[in-house]
Write a protein that binds this ligand. Structure first.
Ligand code: PLP
Length: 380
């Protein structure tokens, strides 16, 4: 089955009870047993729920993996991965990481004795330099937020294999439409399904996909033991979202390219961060490991003026100023005052998050309207 068919049929069969074509929302906590232990595979909904099972199978199918797991949020999924480890273990992670992941690593798991090293993975030797006998996991995010850096998954996977480490890839920005980390050598794929997988800004959810049975069993154990599962209703919404993932992503990519090219020629724009440009430092890796370049981009205006940037964002009419990304509607964000406000200004500057940086999640509206909106906002 090809990807565009898998999004609609992968792991999804008509419901056994009445043949419902869409998996129903099994809004139940428990299941009747005929005799103690004699049941139809479902006992209690923290452990298993038919709507969640359908979603987990669909997630595994679109990521070309064997086992899928759905969680209450992206961070709950990451939390489950970190619970594979114990005090004294070490993790090497990309340095420009989603803020919530960084907070979970440094403010929660560091207190439990896990040690984290945050390194720039543009240069792969940075990873090797931190490997020791306690290292257990490499955590990669690509493309990164908001600077759109690209990490070579295959190269990191090679190092992970050589040193018998697990490699996890946060595939939230790319989605399996653009990039399939398991095929590139990763052991775990993680999603904030809140973003493109759900696709309609109407749920919060996380997902994991793995190939190895033993690893899957450990994660299912943690999922049930810790209990941060996705609800039947949210599982239904995510399943519905997955069915249009390929058509949405195609339009996100087309619109993203058109907006990136428009901004690049605008006299007030200093720089556009989008991996589809040939002068993007990791363009060749992006071209090799991704099928297209996605709908996320960031840009800075000339003069790097904070007030002027706030004005531009306030003047946008179709783009909504909001956190999050990956929905059908276009969103604009100001990392310096929103997602990255807690980082001191000088530190922010070092990684490129200047005051005039604006991050855009390009939706699937008519691209002419998106460009006209940016034109009027930048012109004022
Ligand atoms: C949003 C996001 C997360 C966290 O997911 P939640 O669903 O908000 O818990 C993790 N990684 C990336 C790249 C994200 O964008």
């Amino acid at each position: 089955m090809k990807f565009n068919t898998k999004t609609i049929h992968g792991g999804q069969k008509p419901d056994k009870a009445y043949g419902a074509v869409m998996m129903p929302i099994y809004q139940t906590s428990t299941y009747a047993q005929r005799s103690p232990g004699d049941h139809k595979g479902y006992e209690y909904s923290r452990t298993h729920n038919p709507t969640r099972t359908a979603l987990e199978n669909a997630l595994a199918s679109i990521e070309n993996g064997n086992y899928g797991l759905a969680f209450a949020s992206g961070l709950a999924a990451i939390d489950a991965v970190l619970k594979l480890f114990k005090s004294g273990d070490e993790v090497i992670s990309t340095n420009d990481l989603y803020g919530g992941t960084y907070r979970l690593f440094t403010k929660v798991f560091e207190d439990f004795g896990i040690k984290f090293h945050f390194v720039g993975m543009n240069d792969i030797t940075n990873v090797e330099a931190y490997i020791n006998q306690n290292t257990k996991l490499i955590w990669v995010e690509t493309p990164t937020n908001p600077m759109m850096n690209i990490v070579d998954i295959k190269a990191v996977a090679h190092i992970a294999k050589q040193n018998k480490l697990l490699l996890a890839v946060d595939n939230t920005f790319a989605t399996p439409y653009l990039q399939q980390p398991l095929a590139l050598g990763a052991d775990i794929v993680m999603h904030s399904a809140t973003k493109y997988i759900g696709g309609h800004s109407d749920l919060v959810m996380g997902g994991l996909v793995v190939n190895d049975k033993e690893l899957a069993d450990k994660l299912y154990f943690i999922q049930n033991a810790s209990g941060a599962i996705s609800s039947p209703m949210d599982s239904f919404l995510a399943l519905r979202g997955i069915k249009t993932l390929h058509v949405r992503m195609q339009r996100h990519c087309e619109n993203g390219k058109a907006v990136a090219e428009y901004l690049k020629t605008h006299p007030k724009v200093e720089k556009v961060y989008w991996p589809g440009f040939e002068d993007h430092p990791n363009h060749l890796i992006a071209k090799t490991q991704m099928n297209d370049f996605g709908g996320m981009l960031s840009f800075v205006t000339k003069g790097d003026n904070y007030e002027q940037t706030v004005k531009i964002i306030e003047n946008l009419k179709i783009f909504t100023l909001a956190e999050s990304l990956g929905g059908v509607e276009s969103l604009a964000g100001h990392p310096a005052s929103m997602t990255h406000a807690s980082i001191p200004k000088e530190e922010r500057k070092k990684i490129g998050i200047v005051d005039s940086l604006i991050r855009l999640s390009i939706g699937i509206e008519d691209v002419d309207d998106l460009i006209a909106d940016l034109e009027q906002a930048l012109g004022k």
